[in-house]
Design a protein around this ligand. Structure first.
Ligand code: FAD
Length: 192
């Protein structure tokens, strides 16, 4: 789910899990990409879960995503912009490079229109034409430069990415009740 709640529609954003050298193509994601079209009818479950933005607070928010983990972050970003447009939000996305950066234009448009939104991009291996703020990986010293420690932190992405972010936030002494995350695979521990 990548849209804000309360709309007349839901938007989903799906990464195609294509075939690799040692793995077959993902069944559902390739079906959605290859066969489902506008007008297709699918039987789906309703959205559920507890990884949701706390809208009772107006504390600054930092949204950090890696790869496909951006979907709940985009949903939260759109929620803040429609329901709390004055609330400060720092959106940080990590991707391999610009060709694998989903919803780049959408976030750039929002950042142009809302002065309360600051958006940062980190590419692991940027291409020659790519525009980004940092190459390599997100680390604590960069987070300290661009984010306010007194924020609510939300993050989602591959487990190794989440471990790095969690460790950085703990080192920065962000209290547990301001750290929120979701696994995009089997839930596990982020502690070393
Ligand atoms: C809470 C939550 C939210 C999520 N939200 C999103 C989202 O918004 N967007 C999104 O794109 N994804 C999201 N994901 C991840 C998504 O669920 C998976 O990418 C998706 O389920 C893949 O489904 P699939 O049927 O395409 O692949 P599957 O067929 O289930 O395969 C999954 C992976 O396992 C590999 N695999 C399968 N069989 C084998 C085998 N025999 N040997 C080796 N490897 C194998 C496949 O190559 C593939 O990479 C979310 C996950 C969770 C838990």
């Amino acid at each position: 789910m990548s849209s804000a709640p309360g709309q007349a529609y839901y938007r989903i954003t799906v990464k195609r899990e294509g075939e690799g050298i040692d793995r077959p193509a993902g069944v559902v994601s390739t079906y959605l990409h290859d066969f489902v079209q506008v007008g297709s009818i699918l039987e789906v479950g309703s959205p559920a879960g507890d990884f949701v933005l706390d809208q009772r607070s107006d504390t600054p928010v930092v949204l950090i995503s890696g790869g496909v983990g951006l979907t709940p972050m985009i949903s939260m970003l759109e929620t803040i912009i429609s329901a709390q447009p004055e609330r400060e939000v720092t959106y940080i996305h990590a991707a391999i490079n610009g060709s694998l950066h989903a919803m780049k234009d959408r976030v750039a448009d929002l950042a142009q229109s809302y002065s309360s939104l600051r958006s940062y991009v980190c590419y692991e291996s940027p291409g020659e034409e790519d525009k980004y703020n940092r190459s390599g990986y997100i680390d604590l010293s960069w987070l300290q430069e661009i984010a306010d420690v007194n924020s609510e932190f939300y993050f989602c992405g591959p487990t190794p990415f989440m471990k790095v972010i969690y460790k950085a936030l703990k080192e920065w002494r962000v209290p547990d009740d301001r750290i929120h995350f979701e696994f995009f695979g089997p839930a596990g521990s982020l502690e070393e």
